[in-house]
Design a protein. Structure first.
Length: 94
């Protein structure tokens, strides 16, 4: 919850800090929650995305790949134990 409040108040700064832990493309806005429960898991988000939901990696081998031009709405929870790939130009929830 604290991460969500922080992201809301300091959206651009929070996104910049996330770049240390995940790969984020240009013009991508993250107002949701990124929860890496293992430092060895990977999250890659493409360009021109809006992520308002929750992305969660559960294990060391977890991998979430989000393509370009993707919208993930605020009511969405994507939990990954192994691998999830979301292609380009995808709308999930709204």
């Amino acid at each position: 919850m604290l991460a969500r409040i922080y992201a809301y108040l300091f959206k651009k700064k929070a996104t910049a800090n996330l770049r240390c832990f995940i790969n984020i493309g240009e013009d991508t806005d993250i107002t949701g929650v990124i929860d890496k429960r293992s430092l060895k898991s990977t999250i890659t988000i493409g360009s021109n995305c809006l992520i308002q939901g929750y992305l969660v990696t559960e294990t060391d081998g977890s991998e979430i790949i989000v393509g370009n031009n993707v919208f993930i709405g605020g009511g969405t929870i994507i939990g990954c134990a192994s691998s999830i790939i979301i292609s380009d130009d995808v709308l999930i929830s709204y």
